[in-house]
Design a protein around this ligand. Structure first.
Ligand SMILES: CCCCCCCCCCCC(=O)SCCNC(=O)CCNC(=O)[C@H](O)C(C)(C)COP(=O)(O)OP(=O)(O)OC[C@H]1O[C@@H](n2cnc3c(N)ncnc32)[C@H](O)[C@@H]1OP(=O)(O)O
Length: 157
């Protein structure tokens, strides 16, 4: 596993994301890592992120974790495809979420560590499809599929 979180390679101007930006003092600071051919992030939601049932995680939090982990995963997979290293000093590869489908399979318990994993389904041009799974222990509680779009490099003036 790379020691560097994917989000730690984001330059300061792209580090404001509430879910994962290292530069947002109020955010969740989700950190995703490339581990072989998949990505992984670990996160324990604060007890205030309760869903309708006190012991269950709010669905928006689950989608938020997938949102940030999915775009970070897309970037990591694109770096690998391009033969680049994250934080290599060149223009960063940036993806944003175009669509995210989440399926809530089981209630997600609050108060324990959640593990989010991502796998690349397809990378075609600017489009990356990422498969996502969120688990508590051995139980997969939610699955997701993201279409992430690579932002074009800014045009030099
Ligand atoms: C390292 C630093 C990181 C730093 C970055 C860190 C970011 C952390 C992000 C965390 C996650 C977020 O919250 S992201 C925030 C939430 N997401 C957003 O705000 C995105 C809002 N949407 C947009 O800005 C735009 O729609 C884009 C960028 C997604 C696409 O616009 P565009 O650049 O003009 O490109 P466009 O031609 O429309 O689309 C390109 C291709 O994708 C397809 N496409 C576009 N949207 C969709 C869609 N919803 N469903 C299906 N297909 C779609 C098009 O048909 C086209 O296919 P083809 O014709 O080529 O075949």
């Amino acid at each position: 596993m790379s020691d560097m979180a994917i989000q730690d390679s984001y330059p300061p101007e792209f580090a404001h994301c509430f879910g994962c930006g290292p530069g947002n003092p109020h955010g969740h600071h989700l950190k995703s890592y490339l581990l072989g051919y998949e990505t992984i992030a670990r996160f324990t939601p604060d007890l205030k992120y309760s869903g309708g049932v006190p012991d269950h995680v709010y669905g928006g939090m689950i989608a938020s974790l997938m949102d940030c982990h999915g775009t970070a995963s897309a970037a990591a997979f694109a770096y690998r495809k391009d033969g680049r290293t994250m934080g290599d000093g060149r223009r960063p590869i940036r993806f944003v979420t175009a669509s995210l489908r989440v399926e809530f399979k089981k209630p997600t318990p609050l108060g324990c560590e959640l593990v989010v994993k991502g796998q690349l389904l397809s990378l075609q041009g600017r489009k990356a499809w990422v498969d996502l799974k969120l688990a508590a222990g051995d139980q997969v509680c939610a699955t997701g599929e993201m279409l992430a779009i690579r932002l074009p490099d800014p045009v030099e003036s």
